[in-house]
Design a protein around this ligand. Structure first.
Ligand code: BES
Ligand code: ZN
Length: 468
């Protein structure tokens, strides 16, 4: 199934101005509700928050029902899926599936937050809270846009499915089976996702790509227990040192990933797209200053945005070994572990990257330790199939809400489930986010631009109208 054209003419809907007036009138209540949503610590990675995560799902379910959708909380082997549906536009009208996630990343280190992560607060035009941008705040904009149509008129101009999962931040382990089992029920003409940022303040964007992900752990095991480094150091190979050698071998002197075959499947982007990326209004020096470092990483022949959006990367996300407490302890640790993630671009495949990584680690590991690579989670890189009515509708909606036409941009982060949605449901995905660069997603002091609560709801309300 593709995007259905021509569109059925909608009749009998109240004018957009009633819907937009409802948004203006309801803004204070919408904001109060977003605060309530953000107060529940739905940290999917931590089992001591399982009850909170379920409470968040139930809270969202109640708000979908209040908005006028039929909704249910669906159990999975992990955190529940919340599904809302409104089919009142009829068979001739298009069906839009909105996807978002109500789970959040852990807030730690909590001491670095200027206000508590689960006590939302406005400061200087920003809404600070864990999940404000990623993704509870953005998901909720869709709920309110739907509510505006359902309460201020006779219904939505499109049939709507809102699917919210509670496991995006842990790799969506239960979503693909759910999509596959329910593909008839979830059949749609477009998938709309707001889990990303605008290109710049006042400048919305539509995403043309996301990087994929291959996330693994390298485990290095040495002696059967920690040893005195004086009594054993020298003849016994130190697992922390062995791990350091392995990690160092992942890059060459220019910072390129030095794993045999790694770049074989990396496609060069066409000149037109590369030019359009370089022509975006983006100041690399300002960007570097904003993050307090330089941009000395690999592949300097590419612009920073080209590197972030069109080139792969490898990062160590954490290292664990030995003694790291106060003072000195002369220990030769028995084990070492590193978490390593690869950001992937078309046409790389995470499974092949895991295989190459395993072969590489086995090749470079020094004698005297055993090594193993464990896969944690992965996702395919995504390129948009944006065209026709869907692109036009989104463009018009964003112009109406923001007074600016969206630019086309890529994204270095990953939303692994996007490819699965397109594959299983056979519909194109539209990625339109309302957060801003530097919103501290996954970091202390996450924020969402206050004015985009209103503008985002308005844009989405316009979008449904434009898609009619
Ligand atoms: N919302 C993000 C994706 C994102 C990140 C969009 C940065 C725009 C800017 C999403 O929730 C996320 O965090 N994805 C993870 C992957 C996931 C499997 C944990 C990521 O990119 O690390
Ligand atoms: Zn995230």
């Amino acid at each position: 199934m593709g995007w259905r054209e021509p569109f059925a003419e909608g009749t009998g809907w109240l004018s957009m101005s009633d819907v937009q007036a409802y948004i203006g009138d309801g803004l204070q209540r919408f904001t109060d509700e977003i605060f309530e949503f953000l107060q529940i610590p739905s940290v999917s990675a931590k089992s001591d928050h399982d009850a909170d995560t379920r409470r968040t799902a139930e809270w969202l379910h109640a708000r979908l029902v209040d908005a006028g959708l039929e909704a249910e909380v669906i159990d999975t082997p992990g955190h529940p899926i919340v599904l809302g549906e409104w089919r009142g536009a009829g068979e001739g009208a298009p069906t839009v599936l909105v996807y978002g996630h109500y789970d959040v990343q852990p807030a730690e280190p909590v001491e670095l937050w200027h206000s508590p992560p689960f006590s939302p607060e406005f400061r200087e035009g920003r809404l600070y809270a864990r999940g404000s941008a990623d993704d509870k705040g953005q998901l909720y904009l869709h709920v309110k846009a739907a509510e505006a149509h359902l309460k201020a008129g006779d219904g939505l101009p499109v049939n709507l499915i809102i699917l919210a999962e509670g496991e995006e931040e842990v790799g969506s382990p239960n979503l693909v089976p759910f999509l596959e089992e329910n593909c008839d029920r979830l059949a749609c003409d477009a998938i709309v996702i707001s889990d990303s940022a605008m290109f710049a303040p006042g400048l919305p964007c539509l995403l043309f790509s996301l990087r994929g992900l291959a996330y693994c752990e390298i485990h290095v095991d040495g002696p059967s227990s920690d040893l005195h480094s004086g009594s054993y150091g020298g003849p016994v190979v130190n697992p922390a040192m062995a791990l350091s050698q392995i990690l160092a071998s992942l890059f060459d002197d220019d910072g390129r990933i030095d794993i045999d075959g790694f770049y074989d499947d990396v496609l060069d982007w066409d000149d037109e797209t590369r030019d359009s990326i370089r022509n975006l209004p983006f100041d690399e020096e300002e960007f570097a200053t904003s993050i307090g470092t330089t941009l000395a990483g690999a592949e300097k022949a590419y612009s920073v945005n080209e590197r972030l959006w069109t080139r792969p990367a490898c990062d160590v996300n954490g290292i664990l070994s030995g003694y790291t407490g106060e003072g000195a302890k002369t220990v030769l640790p028995a084990n070492a572990m590193a978490k390593v993630s690869f950001r992937l671009v078309a046409d790389q495949n995470p499974q092949r990257v895991f295989d190459l990584m395993r072969a590489h680690v086995a090749k470079v590991a020094p004698e005297g330790v055993t090594v193993r690579v464990e896969e944690l989670h992965s996702g395919m890189p995504w390129r948009a199939q944006l065209s026709g009515k869907l692109k036009e509708a989104a463009t018009t909606a964003l112009i109406k809400a923001f007074g600016a036409a969206p630019v086309l941009a890529g994204e270095g982060g990953s939303i692994p489930i996007v490819c699965d949605f397109e594959r299983v449901l056979g519909a194109p995905a539209l990625l339109v986010g309302f957060s801003l660069p530097g919103a501290n997603e996954h970091a202390p002091n996450e924020w969402f631009p206050q004015e985009n609560i209103e503008k985002g709801i308005r844009a989405l309300a316009y979008l449904y109208e434009e898609l009619r």
